[in-house]
Design a protein around this ligand. Structure first.
Ligand code: IPM
Ligand code: MN
Length: 357
């Protein structure tokens, strides 16, 4: 029997609730598909700061490095906003991404048929949306040096550096090419090369690499236009390739095409070594502990983990189908309420999904 060791990071806010559901689902899938899964829970995020004085304890990072894959719920709470930057939960997340060298962040945006009316956009605009944002995750302005505050000026001043070298652009482009080749073979690279040198290097490098694969059709778009196109005609996109900051912004924008950010999974990957699989949404502290959160984005992240991280394709598909069945039967969590479906709690919708597995 295949045996996997995964690290589960429940994190903050609604994290523990949606993690409980994910654990149960993974155990059911392991029985059904004959594999053994060891789930090691570790402290990470604000909760880890409270216990150990750091959001990403070394012990947690070590366990993640030794695992087959990492399933992360979500981190953060406004109560940590006044902490020194390196102690905030978000910094812990950046440290984890960097420690595991997770340069490729994959965010699929697909409309689920039963949720077609959930979007704030017109049905005919969103019904054929099926795109993937491929976001560079450990470079660019998030990590660029120098950065900081300048204190010897009359008025407060602060700065960051948006920097890429061509090798960082090349490796994320290769990932986008690989993904595009399994889909419609269309890549739209998003930058701001009309203003930024770093974006000019991005554009030149992407064009250079993609021109070597004749199957790929490549286009370029400025980020402001891309934001507009994503709400104007989102189904024109297949694979969107972009840098860390632009990808962060555009993936939230794209998430709303589906109606709820509570539905979107993501995978953060390296060419070898464990990936981190996590929902795109945050920790929603306002609804934490109420058992009303939507666990589906985390379950779909678990499905990506099974497929990409563990090569358990059948189990991954089983889970996706189970989610679709429950939605098409009209069961919803509160965030997806449409006026006539049956609203279930986080644990209840989890149990419905388990019944379909
Ligand atoms: C995301 C989040 C993170 C990011 C934050 C929490 C650091 O917004 O994964 O998109 O900006 O990358
Ligand atoms: Mn984000």
């Amino acid at each position: 029997m295949k045996k996997y060791k995964i690290v589960l990071l429940p994190g903050d806010g609604i994290g523990p609730e949606i993690s409980e559901v994910s654990k149960k689902v993974l155990i059911k899938l392991s029985k059904k598909h004959n594999f053994d899964i060891e789930i090691i829970e570790k402290s990470f995020g604000g909760i880890a700061y409270e216990k150990y004085g750091t959001p990403a304890p070394d012990e947690t990072l070590e366990q993640c490095k030794k695992s087959d894959a990492v399933l992360l719920a979500c981190v953060g709470d406004i109560k940590y906003d006044s902490l020194a930057r390196e102690l905030r939960p978000e910094s812990g997340l950046l440290k984890l991404r960097s420690a595991l060298n997770l340069f490729a962040n994959i965010r699929p945006v697909k409309i689920r048929k039963s949720l077609i009316d959930a979007s704030t956009l017109k049905k005919e605009i969103v019904e054929n949306v099926d795109l993937i944002v491929v976001r560079e995750l450990i470079g660019g302005i998030y990590f660029g040096e120098p950065r900081g505050h300048i204190t010897n000026t009359k008025i407060p001043k602060a700065f960051n550096t948006m920097v890429y070298d061509s090798s960082e652009i090349e490796r994320i482009t290769e990932i986008a090419i690989k993904i595009a080749n399994q889909r419609n073979k269309k890549i739209c690279s998003v930058d701001k090369s009309n203003v930024l040198e770093v974006s000019q290097l991005w554009r030149d490098t992407v064009l250079n690499i993609t021109s070597k694969d004749k199957n790929i059709s490549i286009s370029n778009m400025y980020v402001d236009n891309a934001a507009m196109q994503l709400v104007r005609d989102p189904s024109q996109f297949d694979v969107i390739l972009t840098s860390n900051l632009f990808g962060d912004i555009l993936s939230d924008l794209a998430a709303m095409l589906t109606g709820s950010i509570g539905m979107l999974p993501s995978a953060s990957l390296n060419n070898n070594g464990p990936g981190v699989f996590e929902p795109v949404h945050g920790s929603a502290p306002d609804i934490a502990g109420k058992n009303i959160a939507n666990p589906i984005a985390m379950l779909l992240s678990a499905s990506m983990m099974l497929k990409i991280g563990l090569n358990e394709e059948e189990a991954a598909e089983n889970l996706e189908t189970a989610v679709d069945k429950v939605l098409s039967k009209g069961f919803r969590t509160a965030d997806l309420y449409d006026g006539y479906s049956e609203v279930l709690s986080c644990s209840e919708i989890g149990d419905k999904i388990i019944d379909e597995i």
